[in-house]
Design a protein around this ligand. Structure first.
Ligand SMILES: [Zn+2]
Length: 457
């Protein structure tokens, strides 16, 4: 047995005894309070994991005999690792404006290097899984599988699909330059290895889905309305024709991939639902009809309050035109989110952080979204469910068993000293997430260094 005495200010009670028995990598965590992901919290629970999966959850007095001699790690509060349902690991520069050009037109090697920090910051904020809706997630997952860097489990879309003059287009620079970088046959680049791809027509959208599939996409993302970061389009307009959207869904469905739509205006929302998209991102102009359609078609809402609040609260950090654009629909967005929660639309939380590390929209600020969900009308327990158990539900057939502390599920946990059900804002402070296990392996704890974690297999 190796014993790590990990003592830090404010967490002096933590003594971690890590089993290094060669026949088993089992870990026994004893939680004074367990928040399971779905349902009410439980007191004094034993949670045992082995080979990356949870093998026992229940009373400490009924622990299966093969685990009863394990040393225990006692924590005040244990809950599932959080799910970020709208990330963009694009490696944006912190020194350039927070906009589409910074997200998609930079050098991919530099973007990869910057993303090392973003992946670490996201994981250390308690997010053990991310659905990445336009970025380099498939490539970054490969590097994490190699054991080279640390980060959350990534379920990536690869390149998000945009039409020309759509939300993924970069209006500030000549179209020729955009096409040179962001089309399916961009010369001089790894073809298709981009955060966004500009495609037009049924044949091209089908091909884009196939290119993403080849990259290892776990979900397909398309922009079905204009946006806020794209300065020259109109969020109220539908982007892509119904025929193009149907082709995207048809192609994705054959490969058991769910489609998620960036949709702000109602036309884009309804077009996505009509075509068979299963997740609406943003959903700013949801009204009664759209809410009804979402419920009828089992569509999940990821309302992404974080960028809206960030733009409103940090006006100077954003391009002025972006601020003006967001100002026009921010209040409508908040009302729509509350209405959807009240109507019982299934919600998952996603923070859409796409800025460079250390900026007002940088990785690691993810937990604010849970607080915004409560502000919009969820109870703290519902908000935690939206940020844990509901995450994998947005992946359809690709959903892993994750987001719940339940036997057979991924052994992804976070431990806190205080109960987030009593103070939801705890989740937005990475330093309050004291310990994190990913796949049963301790990846964050007081005194535990990033490089030391990488050094242990
Ligand atoms: Zn986004």
């Amino acid at each position: 047995m190796d014993e790590w005495e990990l003592v830090s200010p404010g967490h002096s009670s933590t003594t971690l005894t890590v089993a290094s028995d060669t026949s088993s990598d089992a870990t026994y965590i004893r939680a004074s309070t367990l928040i399971p992901g779905i349902g009410k919290p439980l007191t004094d629970q034993a949670v045992i994991s082995e080979h990356g999966k949870i093998v026992y959850v229940g009373s400490p007095s009924h622990v299966p005999s093969q685990y009863s001699n394990l040393s225990t790690i006692s924590v005040p509060v244990l809950m599932p690792g959080l799910w970020e349902c709208h990330s963009h690991f694009v490696g944006a520069s912190p020194l350039k404006p927070i906009n589409t050009e910074n997200m998609s037109m930079g050098n991919s090697a530099a973007a990869g290097a910057r993303a090392v920090r973003a992946l670490r910051d996201t994981l250390y904020a308690g997010y053990t899984s991310c659905i990445d809706l336009g970025g380099y997630a498939p490539e970054f997952q490969t590097v994490m599988d190699e054991g080279v860097i640390l980060g959350p489990n990534l379920y990536g879309a690869g390149a998000a699909l945009s039409q020309t003059a759509g939300h993924g287009d970069v209006f500030e620079i000549p179209l020729g330059s955009v096409w040179q970088k962001l089309t399916l046959n961009s010369p001089g680049t790894d073809v298709g290895m981009v955060p966004f791809v500009i495609v037009d027509g049924v044949e091209e959208v089908r091909k884009a889905v196939r290119v993403n599939l080849r990259r290892g996409a776990k979900v397909i993302k398309a922009f079905t309305s204009g946006g806020a970061t794209s300065l020259s389009d109109n969020p109220l307009h539908q982007q892509f024709t119904d025929a193009e959207l149907a082709a995207i869904v048809d192609e994705a469905t054959r490969f058991e991939l769910v489609c998620a739509a960036h949709a702000i205006g109602k036309r884009g929302i309804m077009a996505a639902i009509r075509a068979g998209f299963k997740v609406i991102e943003h959903g700013s102009y949801l009204d009664d009809e759209a809410i009804e359609a979402m419920k009828k078609n089992d569509v999940t809402l990821v309302a992404t309050m974080t960028p809206i609040e960030s733009i409103l609260n940090n006006r100077d950090a954003y391009p002025p035109a972006m601020y003006q654009k967001v100002l026009r629909f921010a209040h409508i967005h908040k009302e729509a989110y509350s209405k959807a929660i009240k109507a019982g639309v299934r919600c998952a939380t996603g923070s859409d952080l796409f800025g460079g590390s250390g900026t007002v929209l940088g990785a690691g600020l993810n937990g604010k979204e849970v607080m915004y969900a409560v502000k919009a009308g969820m109870t703290p327990l519902q908000a935690i469910e939206a940020a844990t158990a509901n995450g994998p539900m947005t992946l359809g057939p690709q959903a892993p068993k994750s987001g719940q502390v339940k036997e057979g599920y991924d052994a992804d946990f976070i431990a806190l000293d205080e109960n987030p059900l009593e103070n939801i804002e705890l989740l937005q402070h990475p330093q309050k997430i004291k310990s994190i296990w990913k796949g049963g392996k301790l990846v964050k704890a007081p005194g535990l260094d990033y490089w030391d974690v990488l050094a242990t297999k």
